[in-house]
Design a protein. Sequence first.
Length: 126
Amino acid sequence: MLKKYALLISVAYSLALVAMSLIKLDFSNMDVVVPSYSDKVFHFIAYALLVWLWFFAVYTRTNYSKLKTLIQVAIACAVFGTIIEVLQKEITNTRSFDLYDIAANALGVLTACLVLLIYNKTDVKY
């Protein structure tokens, strides 16, 4: 059943990621102390999850090999993250372009790819 909604879930998550990346987030009135690196952890997790969702959405709908699917999804997700960073600089006043965010995105993408490659070495459709 999850296979049936994989594409819808992937699109919805991607749109939510765009929205969260481009809206103004104001944490100034919160009493919680947030570590300075927490933003990078969020980027890492968000893009690892993005790869995982899109991998299953594409892999279950195509006859591509696991490796070909991972390469295509990884490139698309890395480009997506870079475009979001550029949009933060160009169309918002409250967000900024950060190369470390792009690095965290890329590390999340690569880690998810490695986990997906190692997790199931057989080429079985999910």
